[in-house]
Design a protein around this ligand. Structure first.
Ligand SMILES: Nc1ncnc2c1ncn2[C@@H]1O[C@H](COP(=O)(O)OP(=O)(O)O)[C@@H](O)[C@H]1O
Ligand SMILES: Cc1ncc(COP(=O)(O)OP(=O)(O)O)c(N)n1
Length: 284
């Protein structure tokens, strides 16, 4: 049952709580593992409703196990009832059954809760993460309910059913129901994100970091966007902040992790690492 509209975290001067409804990446680069790091980096409390487990590393996905639909709804209901949900990020869904469960779970949200949908289809290593028959369900059941959809260029082309460039794609996808669309720029020459809000097309530029590590950049972007909506930012400002955070996470990416494309780093892990063990460690 949908709860009534609750006061925003900003109005109440409390730490926003944001849920990631997404898949688990055992390699720690994308999915809920990435999302929780981003939530922490943005200063919001992170929560999860896991949709699928993936046995995944930087070179491939060995196995995928969907979570039972009633368990997906139960995870969202549990946190909605006690903690409250100030924004939602939706990532890997996988199957039609999972999409239907997530749609049901959205019924647990207070009216007006912002929802960010990253329509994950393929991993950076090339593995399919959305069954082809689930595409229509994602477009028809979920897209019309979201505040901001954040497809990358290939995902936007699948959803729009055209080979156009980002500005046209953003407009075509907006016509399918989301209130805002950001076509992310990692697959474009200049890594410029393109947003459409129903009236205006806005370019969100940024430096491309060709030598970074980008596994999980889409997850990082959509989580940062959801976190900033929970923090009270307007969608266009949240999208600008998400672009800065995702680009920095790619720049700082952990190229040395794994044999494939390394994970982004939204927490600045490299700079936190002690360069030498403390002297006391040698004494033992
Ligand atoms: N090499 C890069 N340099 C700078 N920003 C990047 C780079 N790759 C991705 N980004 C940014 O990361 C975010 C996610 O982009 P994208 O790669 O399109 O998503 P996905 O990971 O889903 O393919 C976007 O804001 C994009 O501009
Ligand atoms: C469990 C899981 N979810 C999502 C992805 C894909 O992550 P994303 O950040 O959209 O894309 P890449 O930057 O990794 O291409 C994943 N691999 N696993």
């Amino acid at each position: 049952m949908r709860a009534c509209r609750k006061l925003s975290a900003v109005t109440q001067n409390r730490i926003p709580a944001v849920i990631s409804i997404a898949g688990s990446d055992s390699g720690g680069g994308a999915g809920i593992q990435a999302d929780l790091k981003v939530f922490a980096a943005c200063g919001v409390h992170g929560m999860t409703a896991i949709t699928a487990l993936t046995a995944q590393n930087t070179v491939g996905v060995d196995a995928v196990a969907p979570i039972a639909p009633e368990m997906i709804v139960a995870q969202v209901r549990a946190v909605a009832r006690d903690i409250g949900i100030d924004a939602v990020k939706i990532g890997m869904l996988g199957t039609v059954v999972t999409i239907e469960a997530v749609v049901a779970a959205l019924g647990e949200l207070a009216e007006g809760t912002p929802i960010v949908l990253d329509p994950v289809m393929v991993s950076e290593s090339g593995a399919p993460l959305l069954e082809p028959e689930a595409r229509d369900a994602l477009i028809e059941l979920l897209l019309p309910r979201v505040t901001v959809a954040t497809p990358n260029l290939p995902e936007a082309r699948v959803i729009a059913g055209s080979d156009d460039d980002a500005p046209e794609l953003a407009r075509a996808i907006h016509a399918l129901g989301p209130r805002h669309v950001v076509v992310t720029g990692g697959h474009r020459d200049k890594a410029t994100d393109v947003m459409f809000d129903g009236e205006t097309t806005i370019e969100i530029p940024g430096e491309r970091h060709p030598d970074g590590a980008a596994h999980g950049s889409g997850c990082t972007h959509s989580s940062a966007l959801a976190a900033h909506l929970a923090l009270g930012f307007a969608p266009v400002d949240a999208a600008r902040a998400a672009k800065v955070i995702a680009a920095q996470a790619v720049h700082d990416g952990l190229r040395e992790i794994g044999r494939g494309p390394g994970p982004v780093d939204a927490l600045g892990i490299r700079s936190r690492r002690p360069l030498a063990p403390p002297a006391s460690a040698h004494a033992r």
